[in-house]
Design a protein around this ligand. Sequence first.
Ligand code: HEM
Length: 173
Amino acid sequence: MSPALHPDLEPLTFLLGTWAGTGDGAYPTIADFAYGEQITMAHTGAPFLSYMQRTWSLADNRPLHAETGYLRTSRTGTGWRVQLVVAQPTGIVEVDEGVLARALKDGTSCESIVLTSTTVARTSTAKDVTAVRRVWEVCGDVMSERLEMAAVGQPLQLHLEARLTRQDHDNDR
Ligand code: HEM
């Protein structure tokens, strides 16, 4: 039996579960690419949500980026704020903060998190990433993801866009 969700995670319930799909990557300094992606968002009953992601090339199936981290929430006078810490195998650690939003799109209720980096720390050989902006939007069983970054001398702009669908309809929630 899964543990009860900590009340601080109620606003993040929409993220829980396993998601899979495909995305497109781009940046002015690299060739465009297409990738597959799987994400798992889980909880233990404690006030954090764990986030695990892996990706692979759709061209030849080789593993690409992967990352893992934790999400937490904090209450404000009027709602919630969200915090993400995430470690990347490329020598980057990101600390992001943001807000939750809710919108009606074509009659479907959509929930989203918009996160902006407050810190990007890098090992001595990591690429020069200076800012990241992430958007996760869930409409029913569809998750849209968007990641923008400022890196290698380029201003903040799109690196990744993906569309995932919920894989498990009765677990984890
Ligand atoms: C879905 C996740 C991701 C995928 C599939 C992905 C894929 C790629 C690929 C294929 C490249 C070009 C080849 C290479 O350097 O390996 C690349 C470059 C790069 N990515 Fe990502 N990436 C992902 C997430 C991220 C994230 C989260 C960051 C940083 C916040 C990041 C930062 C970079 C940088 C800095 C470059 C190098 C640009 C350059 O040197 O011109 N990537 N990415």
